[in-house]
Design a binder for this molecule. Structure first.
Ligand SMILES: C[S@@+](CC[C@H](N)C(=O)[O-])C[C@H]1O[C@@H](n2cnc3c(N)ncnc32)[C@H](O)[C@@H]1O
Length: 244
């Protein structure tokens, strides 16, 4: 099986040779960082249409985590274009972090379209090191479709725990590896290297639930689901929340 996967990967590598060459020359990352926000803006329209009820259900208990002032301080890690803003409760104070500065103009547009939120600031940083965010300063941290792309899931989850106040919650909605006995998992493995380059470092075969189970949360509500998306490769999802 490993040989078949290797051969198919090689064939795809030959077909997409210009992209792999640009990557070897160190040029692909710059191109990708610029085009990816435009792609994501379009993708988000489709994703939110298909996943609206799931997102509404997931975020329905956000207000329970508001601090004593009644306001909810929320940090969105890997915010992208601000795809989740419309699902957050009114008056929510939103801070956004993303390592790609090219998202800022898309984020500003989403802020303008979501006047029910109180937007605090956009920080350009990776989730593995969120030193601009103070310890215990957030009621809630959100990651959607981010753990597939980060360099180090353990480090991000440690940072999430650091910035959350005791009793605060981490919400997640992520695409993950399919079951290992399925054809979907086979194709996820075949397409993973090309997918990684095309979609800005996204991995198809991550078992992100394992990192969440290992992290030091006091409570973890985690659900596996098949998202109703047109591309089967990204249908296996996990969603839920964890309490610090
Ligand atoms: C597929 S997009 C999802 C964006 C948004 N959360 C959504 O649901 O539409 C992945 C996002 O993760 C960001 N990202 C990649 N590596 C990251 C890291 N190490 N820390 C935080 N965000 C990261 C990317 O820049 C991008 O905005």
């Amino acid at each position: 099986m490993a040989l078949i996967i290797f051969t198919l990967r090689l064939a795809i590598g030959i077909l997409l040779f210009p992209m792999f060459l640009l990557n070897l020359l160190g040029l692909w990352n710059q191109i990708c960082k610029k085009w990816f926000p435009y792609f994501l803006r379009r993708f988000t329209v489709m994703y939110n249409e298909q996943m609206a009820s799931k997102k509404r259900e997931l975020f329905s208990n956000l207000p329970e985590f508001a601090g004593p002032s009644g306001k909810l301080s929320l940090l969105e890690v890997g915010c992208g274009t601000g795809a989740n803003f419309r699902f957050y409760p009114a008056g929510c104070r939103v801070t956004c972090i993303d390592p790609n500065p090219n998202f800022e103009k898309f984020l500003i547009k989403s802020v303008a379209e979501n006047r029910h939120l109180q937007f605090e600031r956009f920080v350009v940083a990776a989730g593995e090191n969120m030193q601009q965010v103070a310890d215990g300063s957030m009621d809630v941290v959100v990651c959607t479709l981010v753990l597939c792309s980060v360099q180090n899931q353990e480090q991000i989850l440690q940072e999430v725990c650091r910035v959350l106040r005791p009793g605060g919650a981490f919400y997640f909605l992520e695409h993950v590896a399919a079951e290992s006995s399925t054809w979907n998992y086979f194709w996820q493995q075949v397409l993973d290297p090309a997918w990684y380059l095309l979609f800005d470092g996204c991995n198809l075969t991550r078992e992100s639930w394992k990192a969440l189970e290992r992290a030091r949360f006091s409570k973890l509500e985690l659900q596996h689901l098949q998202a109703p998306l047109p591309v089967e490769l990204v249908r296996p999802h996990i969603c839920g929340y964890a309490v610090k």
